[in-house]
Write a protein that binds this ligand. Sequence first.
Ligand SMILES: NC(=O)c1ccc[n+]([C@@H]2O[C@H](COP(=O)([O-])OP(=O)(O)OC[C@H]3O[C@@H](n4cnc5c(N)ncnc54)[C@H](O)[C@@H]3O)[C@@H](O)[C@H]2O)c1
Length: 238
Amino acid sequence: MITGAAGGIGRATAERFAAEGARVVGVDLRQHEVGALALSADLTDEAAVAELYGRIRSELGRIDVLFNNAGISPTDDASVLDTSLEAWERVQAANLRSVFLCCKHGIPHLLEGAGGSVINTASFVAVLGAATSQISYTASKGGVLALSRELGVEFARRGVRVNALCPGPVDTPLLRELYAKDPEQAARRLVHVPMGRFGRAEEIAAAALFLASDDSSFMTAQALLVDGGIAGAYTTPL
Ligand SMILES: NC(=O)c1ccc[n+]([C@@H]2O[C@H](COP(=O)([O-])OP(=O)(O)OC[C@H]3O[C@@H](n4cnc5c(N)ncnc54)[C@H](O)[C@@H]3O)[C@@H](O)[C@H]2O)c1
């Protein structure tokens, strides 16, 4: 099951997983046609999330992989000095509550089956501070990282692995919308990427595939940074 399936990273991951032979369930707030089963739901709503898994089980029989990837990054989430409580709560709900709910109601299905892999999309801002702040987004992704680590430990002996995937800036609608409004901020961020470019959604999909597959069978409670070198850099090449 892939959430945020209508978006940049979710769609690319659904395509890659399907190419590898998976039966993909795509879930998004928006109407879409991604996945063998394409569902629409608001993942901040507990009843909707519980119902979603019931439907997937009855239609496909088993659930092996959760890619909890839906999220938002609105422009009214900014410096702590300027961000309204409403914006803070909206971002926390979409980015952190949704992951909590998808794990709470999804992991039991993995435990009932042959075990499986949970991949929660965090971000490089979960491990590095940015002067161009989006305070609720950053805090929500820090929460996703800590939640994933703890779940990885809790379920380590029960066949369910849980890891956080931390992309660097990826060229998707989410980032384009943010930077189209502020090209100066985009240029400022690019300076810090050793590779000198934003990532492609397919590159994040490849990392999600690794975490979903048995190739990562000894890996749990970890964060996988796929960020063009950002987190490893002190200075970057000219
Ligand atoms: N693009 C980047 O640079 C970048 C970097 C680091 C992390 N991320 C994270 O990667 C994930 C995917 O981002 P993307 O770049 O593909 O963004 P995107 O905006 O293209 O896709 C996100 C999708 O999530 C869906 N969504 C939002 N709220 C939802 C809800 N309540 N219920 C169901 N669906 C909901 C949206 O409709 C959208 O289709 C997000 O969690 C984002 O924070 C993105």
